[in-house]
Design a protein around this ligand. Structure first.
Ligand code: SAM
Length: 193
């Protein structure tokens, strides 16, 4: 399996325009470990990209787990589909090409873990949309919440402001326990009470 992940990382760097969006081996291992510890049966990922994090979560879950992963860009699908097929874990993965904002509102589900890793200006929207779809004690994991440290500076661009607003919302939400892991680009882990 490490071969499939290594090849996927290489293909992503060779064939996509922003390969740094990929979770990569260390964050992938953390996602896998969190799945092994939490044992989610149903996962929603918002932002598949080339499927690296999807595969890491699939590796950490039991055989009857289901991962629904949403990606708006149809041009990435040939990469993620090929990797899912090679991994032997495809039976756990449902890949949907769609705009997550529209999809999540129209297709409510029940999830033990949600990984939010798509358009940063929509983080608060994703959070509000999925919140009632997360089971009690479920996890919401959110990537890039430190945004290269910009959230701590005086930057006022739209993305930084949106991430600051999301972090404040998560911190002040009495329905969750939350922390920002100062790891990579900042990974928030929220546990629904
Ligand atoms: C940071 S990448 C995801 C990385 C992936 N989760 C991983 O760990 O390897 C973000 C992805 O979200 C997708 N995206 C952006 N807005 C979206 C939306 N509204 N709905 C679905 N996907 C979206 C982008 O096309 C991009 O591929």
């Amino acid at each position: 399996m490490s071969d499939v992940l290594h090849e996927l990382e290489r293909t992503t760097y060779l064939q996509t325009l922003a390969p740094q969006m990929l979770s990569g081996p260390i964050q992938g291992m953390l996602l896998r470990l969190l799945c092994q510890l939490h044992k989610p049966k149903s996962i929603l990922e918002i932002g598949t990209f080339t499927g690296y994090a999807t595969l890491c979560m699939a590796l950490g879950t039991d055989d009857d787990a289901h991962i629904k992963t949403l990606e708006v860009n149809p041009e990435l699908r040939y990469i993620s589909d090929a990797a899912f097929q090679k991994s032997g874990l495809q039976h756990k993965i449902e890949s949907i090409t769609t705009d997550a904002v529209k999809y999540v509102a129209k297709h409510p589900g029940k999830y033990d873990l949600v990984f939010i890793d798509a358009g940063k200006i929509h983080y608060s929207t994703y959070y509000d949309l999925i919140f009632d779809q997360v089971n009690p004690h479920g996890l919401i994991i959110v990537d890039n919440t430190l945004w290269s440290g910009k959230i701590l500076e005086t930057k006022t661009d739209r993305v930084t402001k949106s991430l600051r607003a999301f972090n404040a919302k998560a911190h002040d939400d009495p329905r969750v326990e939350s922390l920002i892991l100062p790891f990579r680009d900042g990974l928030s882990i929220l546990r629904k009470l």
